[in-house]
Design a protein around this ligand. Structure first.
Ligand code: ADP
Length: 580
């Protein structure tokens, strides 16, 4: 205890010393935002000019055409070939009113990522910054954040904060990193964030995220950065909306509105009431059945956050409906039905700058929509070589990139693998997770050497190689709030084979052989026979009608999977919550 007090004294001194530094840093923060606005205006002007020019040119052509109809028609036909695929025009960046928003969550690529949450925490703020938002992201400063980022962080200040119900206080350090118009603030505390992995066991995670939620709000006050909207992500930030109303109501943050986004309802931060009450320091009355209390003795951090937030969003429209039913609701379906008036579904996008086969530094061979068919072949051969598959362009390569958990439909895949192996099919797996799935994929690699490859690990580079080299990607999830792998796959011209659930249903249009439309192959009920059927339908097109297959590859690459549209929906939500 003595040691702790001593530490606190030093910290306070450091913090005071740093306060003067703060405004200087603020300037730095504003700079990129200004630049963005300029860029946008410039873009707009150019766009306007181009449109005017085009219109004038078109008018002139039309006039000429009226004079010499026959000749002009021929020329036009010769110059403008039939477009193979519909290319989506670059979305207009709307100049809606400026709002400030802070993202509070437990992961953010490229610092720390275990799944889709990390991707969203990276890509959405960047897009919002482009759409006239002042954006800050607050995540824990985990020890596992690569040194290349740790060394670029700037010390922004420190203070101590009361947390527990017995008044126990903790150090809160703020480290800052500014990149691409977004300010990243890392909450620093060795006691909570020094283990290698962001998530250890629920016993450690409960105190960790009680601390993190309150520290994030306290850090905003310390930096005097008062956002219009506080956007919380998943259960790890579940206490933030509660702290905001119960502990920060008399501060400058009182007028900030809160949104909580459900990325995956399966994880909720449930533990006994005594422990959560002790660590959070929250009053008795919030531990009632409509807010934090769950069953008899437990408290549920996500449930409390959902009740207290001004708005709830989740990552696809279909999942927003599904979670209000018992099967998908993870015991919170009734709670969500009760709060359905403030629940919205906004589908995720991907960062199309990072995920761009034309520039992706990890790829063996770059390609775009015009040369995808030949260049993908090169990537396929290199992938086969890299993962130990027989190098044969004639075989269909099915990819799987996934956390290995029962959410991802791995039971279905495991059950049908022997039936898939027909001499013309290869499977490449990348993932880690439950030992039962890790072992079964190892077994299949051993049994079908050269035909099945299992990389039981987390590896960004290999993931990119699979997206670029595979012909199709399997995503037969039991449930999938949004799913990003099918979006990455489409961006890289790899055909998704998915179950019609959550975001998979919202983003993959089934192939229609009569109209030659669609982006992938889908099935509805969670049954092995239906997955097998979907894969066989894909194989039939691949092996018997390659032109149709290649057209679908191009259609997928042309599909707009960027964040632009969805970020606008979030922005509109912010505006709706903070009318002026
Ligand atoms: P979830 O968030 O449920 O894990 P998503 O489909 O939303 O699933 O996001 C998964 C993200 O993590 C994708 O960007 C995918 O490429 C990546 N990913 C998943 N497993 C691996 C792995 N083993 N190695 C590299 N990247 C992976």
């Amino acid at each position: 205890m003595k040691k702790e007090e001593k530490k606190t004294d030093v910290i306070i001194n450091e913090a005071e010393a740093e306060v003067e530094k703060a405004p200087e840093q603020k300037e730095e923060v504003k700079e990129p935002a200004k630049k963005t606005t300029k860029k946008t205006t410039a873009k707009k002007t150019t766009a306007k000019k181009t449109t005017t020019k085009k219109t004038t040119a078109k008018k002139a052509t039309a006039k000429k055409a009226a004079e010499e109809p026959a000749v002009e028609e021929k020329v036009e036909k010769a110059v403008e070939p039939e477009p193979v695929v519909e290319v989506t025009p670059e979305p207009e960046v709307p100049q809606s009113p400026r709002r400030s928003v802070v993202f509070i969550g437990s992961e953010c690529y490229p610092f720390v990522k275990s799944g889709g949450l990390g991707d969203v925490m990276y890509a959405l703020p960047r897009e919002l910054a482009r759409q006239n938002c002042d954006v800050k992201v607050i995540i824990p400063r985990y020890k596992c954040i690569p040194w290349e980022y740790q060394e670029k962080m700037v010390y922004r200040g420190a203070f101590d904060m009361d947390l527990c119900s017995d008044g126990r206080r903790f150090y809160v350090g703020i480290m800052e990193y500014v990149h691409d118009g977004v300010v990243y603030d890392f909450i620093d505390n060795e006691e909570f964030f020094s283990s290698g992995n962001p998530y250890t066991s629920i016993i450690d995670d409960i105190p960790k995220f009680c601390y993190f939620g309150k520290a994030a709000l306290a850090a905003l006050l310390y930096m005097d950065w008062i956002p219009d909207v506080i956007h919380c992500h998943d259960w790890q930030a579940g206490l933030v909306p509660i702290y905001l109303r119960e502990k920060f109501a008399d501060t400058k943050l009182a007028n900030s509105r809160s949104i909580i986004t459900i990325h995956n309802l399966r994880f909720q931060g449930i533990y006994n009431i005594d422990t959560i009450q002790y660590w959070s320091g929250l009053p008795d009355y919030v531990f009632n059945k409509d807010h934090l209390k769950q069953a008899y003795q437990d408290a549920n951090m996500f449930k409390g956050g959902l009740a207290y937030a001004d708005m709830i969003t989740t990552v696809s429209r279909t999942y927003a409906g599904e979670i209000q039913t018992p099967f998908f609701g993870e015991n919170l379906d009734a709670h969500l039905r009760y709060h359905s008036g403030k629940l919205r579904g906004i589908v995720n996008g991907i960062d199309v700058d990072t995920w761009d086969p034309a520039t992706d530094p990890m790829l063996y061979e770059h390609y775009d929509i015009s040369n995808v068919i030949e260049k993908k072949r090169v990537n396929k051969q290199k992938l086969q070589e890299e993962v130990g598959l027989e190098q044969d362009d004639g075989k269909i390569v099915l990819g799987l990139i996934s956390r290995l958990t029962n959410q991802k439909g791995l039971d279905l895949i495991n059950a049908i693998i022997p039936e898939l192996i027909d001499g013309n099919t290869q499977i490449v797996v990348l993932g880690s997770g439950d030992p039962q799935y890790e072992d079964s994929f190892r077994y299949y690699e051993y049994t079908y050497k050269g035909t099945i490859s299992s990389s039981i690990m987390y590896d960004e580079t290999r993931a990119h190689h699979i997206y670029a080299g595979a012909d199709a990607l399997l995503v037969p999830s039991l449930f999938e709030p949004c799913g990003l792998t099918q979006l990455n796959a489409m961006r890289y011209g790899t055909i998704p084979i998915v179950r019609e659930t959550g975001g998979l249903k919202d983003t993959v249009e089934p192939y229609n052989e009569f109209e030659n439309t669609g982006n992938g192959f889908t099935f509805d009920r969670y049954e092995t026979g239906l997955l097998l059927d979907a894969i066989n339908r894909a194989k039939t097109v691949f092996f018997t009608d390659r032109i149709r297959w290649d057209e679908m590859v191009q259609r997928d690459m042309a599909k707009d999977v960027s964040w632009a549209k969805s970020a606008t929906e979030y922005k509109n939500l912010y505006l709706e919550l903070t009318p002026r």
